[in-house]
Design a protein around this ligand. Structure first.
Ligand code: SF4
Length: 476
């Protein structure tokens, strides 16, 4: 996987992708703005959401133990997983113990993060995604490109072709006369999934929230496929990131308002499913929760970075991000794309690889992500924080060209006369390098900037000389 600058360049060349994304994100943005505008107390709700999450993260050890005790008391079993490998091993062993060779899945970012489907496949177990968008991604042998709408990069005609080509290979085929009408596509998916739901004895889910005081897991969704998974099978295995906890049942009141309005632009999620342990004669009779760390305690240890763990995966920041809208999710090289991916992934995976080091730079720092975030994560602040980390970590004993440039800039800006002289040189240089109003190409290392953007040419006259000429007051 190439790092973001190279991957983004490839994606930018795909006009169809840009069209699909612009279409989808502008619709979701509009819907979100409408329903958020209906609430007079949105700012207070947002503050409450941020405060609950901050409090929980500060006392996570206590709440995790409380959650484990509550799940156990309700007849479930809690497993602790330090990393992806451990989590996958636990799930594979649990499925194997049932004797089954297939599972149905509720859409889950945590299981994508640990690449559970691959681990199950390696163990000879088929995992069937049941969320419509996830199904499209799975049948298309593709990767998700959005937190909420994983197939956002596909249009209806592409989906019809995928259904026609692939459904018959793994189950109930799509009708021969399938069109790209949304109702027909949904009907084909429903028929295909029904067979899986009725056969599966094991389901794997994630959770949007986990309530510490009751041991309850909560999944919100739009299609009802999740609820089928959570209620029909005999065994339910839920893989849940440790940051999903909220202390009390009544905390859900805040998040069940913030999440649907921020994510799908709806007042309520069509389906909100909650389950607590095991109830004889009703729903799965064997229930397991795998509590996943996988880098989260590293993020928690960073006083600035830990706010990324407040994220409720609503995807509002993706939908407003001008960088995401043009490059799409695949360019980020992570299951968490967009602004939240740019700050969460380097914390979960570290900043050693070229892909992860580049992520904090995958932003224009315009601040739109912070404005819409329902739990007030200051993503621009975090991006700068992580950029500092990358620079510090890469700083060796030898100065880089950027270090030299920054020292020079500091020297120039440190003295008014030097700055005035530099501005005169810049205005003069316009005659040579910026006659058309922009600078197309500069020599290295400045070419790293001009290769990707047109820099505006220096003004013919600086503000300082204009002031001297017009007001005659002497520049300060
Ligand atoms: S960072 Fe905020 S806006 Fe982005 S997905 Fe998370 S909660 Fe939503």
């Amino acid at each position: 996987m190439p790092a973001f600058p190279q991957a983004a360049k490839q994606q930018l060349a795909n006009a169809q992708l840009r069209h699909n994304l612009a279409d989808a994100t502008s619709t979701i943005r509009r819907k979100r703005a409408d329903v958020v505008g209906e609430l007079d107390d949105w700012a207070q709700l947002r503050e409450a959401g941020a405060a609950i999450k901050t409090h929980t993260l500060s006392n996570l050890d206590t709440y995790l133990e409380q959650f484990e005790a509550a799940v156990t008391a309700a007849g479930g079993t809690v497993h602790w997983a330090r990393d992806a490998e451990e989590a996958n091993r636990i799930v594979v062993d649990l499925v194997r113990a049932t004797g089954e060779r297939e599972v149905v899945k509720v859409k889950s970012m945590a299981t994508q993060e640990i690449e559970l489907n691959d681990a199950l496949r390696a163990a000879g177990i088929d995992a069937w995604e049941t969320d419509l968008a996830e199904l499209i991604v799975q049948l298309g042998h593709d990767a998700p490109s959005h937190i909420l709408v994983p197939a956002i990069h596909r249009n209806r005609a592409e989906i019809r072709d995928i259904f026609r080509r692939e459904m018959g290979e793994v189950g109930t085929p799509a009708p021969d006369d399938l069109t790209d009408d949304p109702a027909r596509l949904a009907e084909a998916a429903r028929r295909h999934l029904r067979e899986k739901f009725l056969r599966a004895k094991v389901a794997v889910s994630g959770a949007n929230f986990a309530v510490a005081e009751t041991g309850t897991l909560v999944v919100v969704e739009s299609e009802g496929n999740g609820r089928m998974c959570l209620t029909l099978p005999e065994t339910l295995i839920s893989v849940v990131g440790i940051e999903k906890l909220v202390p009390r049942w009544e905390d859900l009141e805040v998040f069940l308002q913030l999440l649907p309005r921020s994510s799908t632009g709806e007042r309520m999620n069509p389906y909100t499913s909650t389950w607590t342990g095991v109830t004889p004669g009703d729903g799965p009779q064997s229930f397991h929760v795998v509590l996943l760390d996988n880098g989260r305690t590293n993020a928690l240890a960073d006083e600035v970075g830990r706010q990324a763990l407040r994220c409720i995966r609503c995807s509002a920041c993706l939908n407003v991000c001008p960088v995401y809208e043009r490059t799409g999710g695949h360019a980020y090289g992570s299951v968490y794309p967009g602004p939240i991916g740019a700050v969460l992934t380097p914390q979960l995976r570290g900043t050693t690889s070229e892909v992860d080091k580049a992520l904090p730079y995958a932003s224009s720092l315009c601040g739109a992500c912070y404005d819409v975030c329902p739990v007030a994560i200051n993503i621009p602040d975090l991006l700068v924080h992580l950029r500092t980390r990358v620079v510090e970590q890469d700083r060796g004993w030898r100065s880089t060209p950027v270090d030299v440039l920054m020292s020079l800039a500091s020297w120039v800006f440190g003295d008014a006369k030097r700055l005035a002289a530099a501005q005169r040189v810049a205005s003069w240089s316009r005659k040579v390098i910026g006659r058309k109003g922009t600078i197309g190409r500069l020599p290295p290392p400045l070419s790293r900037w001009t290769d990707a953007r047109d820099a505006p040419a220096p003004a013919e006259e600086s503000f300082r000389t204009w002031w001297e000429r017009n007001r005659g007051g002497g520049a300060r």
